[in-house]
Design a protein. Sequence first.
Length: 164
Amino acid sequence: MNSRQIAVERLDIVTNKSFEQVLRELEKGIGRPDMKAYFEQKAAAQSFEEYERLVKSAVGPADLMEFMRLDPGAVLRKDPVAKAFNAVRIIAGNPLIMKKMTEHVPDAGSYAPITILVTEREDGVHLSYDSMSSYLAPYQNPQALKIARELDEKVIGLLQQAAN
């Protein structure tokens, strides 16, 4: 068995905007396709070009689409003794970007799609993201790192826009 240590860079932006405002701003940049229809169309695609068109129609201005949204805050709110707060984990990505990275570093498939964590805390609303380039740095593949850095720029831009 092989083992590899990966140091992950967590980026965290804090804003005074409300939790709901931040989610609305994120939603402006992330496509939110009907995932059932998306997966049906993906399965029906007869060529890679057709699939590319599907992805490009599903992503938002930040070149990302939302695959899933988890609400860890709901669990906290169920427990009367827990400190309840709003928390949402958005799992988003772009299959075409993931494809490019995994062609160079197959393990990139473990890190994509990305997670954006939005949490409401005492000091404000936090937008947190673990950078893709930090996940791929140990693999020392310049092509994959370039793609990962470009993805990081898109995500960080989205987070900054949602926070401002």
